[in-house]
Design a protein around this ligand. Structure first.
Ligand SMILES: Nc1nc2c(c(=O)[nH]1)N[C@H]1C(S)=C(S)[C@@H](COP(=O)(O)O)O[C@H]1N2
Ligand SMILES: [Mo]
Length: 323
């Protein structure tokens, strides 16, 4: 459990990087919490306010990206207390409550399959050849909520180029750590562990995807996928596999966790598409986390607004069938 004593909290942690949007919400939520007796609906923001997440070490030499959105970013608290990471529980607050003691170092990543360069690398050696960049991306979860997140990461296209995949490599598959002791949520068979994801080589070599190693200029918190996780901003959030230990160059479409669990609900592509509903709910609109409890849902954009960069990847593909 991540509960800090007041003496453990540095002043820098108390002054969060909340943007003006979230400050306004904080005031609003506070006013509402004072007016109604039950605080149950405010459990997530209240937890963030009482026990600020431990902040990570500063990352040095982080460049800027032309792909960043200028929309206001969600607060550090929003991004680190409202998570999906079933290895640490299925509730949105579970990863921040349960992943605090997870040791994300030392960490090794295995690269295998159809590539000239393969092997097992320490995390630090794995990322060393690549430039660190801040990429402020809109993120859209399949559950119809969204956030704007200032990631720090390395270009997946650059990583792939580095390992020199052969012509047999049609897809890249990723796997999360498989360890019931370090990831207690894996004791429950809510998914077929380890968590798995994948992209086509064309998707993976597009300039947008990154392997994120940081957030708000600091080392990535455990609940967001430390030490390294995938970020693919035009796809639903479940493609963004956390805690990666393996990257495989494969010739056949890899099996992916949510598709294996309910293939009629979660496709391999998982491109954000307001015109194709999930069988149980609409994908036309989304709730921006932190935009206020009474804020209207906003329209979801095709490819989450990244169509200019990625629409060409799907020329001639029926996106209703290939959801
Ligand atoms: N290993 C692993 N990766 C995962 C998940 C998970 O349960 N396990 N959940 C996914 C889902 S559904 C979402 S929406 C994003 C959430 O990322 P965030 O908590 O950093 O916003 O992580 C994705 N990556
Ligand atoms: Mo998600």
């Amino acid at each position: 459990m991540l509960i800090l004593k007041p003496s453990d909290i540095r002043p820098s942690e108390i002054t969060s990087k909340s943007n003006y949007l979230n400050r306004r919400d904080f005031v609003k939520a506070g006013a509402i919490a004072g007016a109604v007796a039950s605080g149950a609906a405010f459990a997530a923001p209240a937890l963030g306010a009482i026990a600020p997440p431990q902040r990570g070490a500063k990352l040095e030499g982080v460049g800027k990206s032309p792909f960043s959105t200028d929309e206001p970013a969600n607060s550090y608290e929003d991004i680190t207390t409202y998570n999906n990471y079933y290895e640490f529980g299925t509730g949105k607050g579970d990863p921040s409550a349960n992943a605090g003691d997870f040791r994300a170092r030392p960490w090794s990543i295995t690269v295998d399959g159809h590539a000239e360069k393969t092997g097992t690398f320490q995390f630090e050696d794995f990322i060393k050849p690549f430039d660190l960049e801040e990429r402020i991306y809109r993120m859209r979860c399949v559950e119809a909520w969204s956030m704007v997140i200032p990631w720090v990461g390395i270009s997946l296209a650059e990583v792939i180029k580095h390992f020199k995949p052969t012509s047999k490599a049609k897809y890249v598959a990723f796997e999360t750590l498989n360890d019931q002791i370090r990831m207690p949520g894996q004791r429950r068979r809510v998914l077929d562990w380890p968590y798995r994801e994948g992209l086509t080589i064309a998707e993976a070599t597009n300039p947008l995807p990154i392997l994120a190693v940081g957030l708000y200029g600091e080392v990535l918190p455990n609940q967001n996928g430390a030490p390294i996780r995938l970020v693919v901003p035009w796809k639903y959030g479940f493609k963004g596999i956390k805690g990666i230990v393996r990257m495989s160059f494969v010739s056949k479409r890899p099996r992916t966790s949510w598709n294996m669990s309910a293939r009629h609900e979660y496709g391999f592509y998982a491109n954000v598409n307001p015109n194709v509903d999930h069988p149980r709910w609409s994908q036309a609109r989304e709730r921006r986390i932190g935009a206020g409890l009474f804020a209207r849902k906003q329209p979801t954009l095709m490819f989450n607004g990244y169509g200019e960069q990625v629409a060409h990847l799907y020329d001639g593909l029926n996106l209703r069938k290939n959801f």
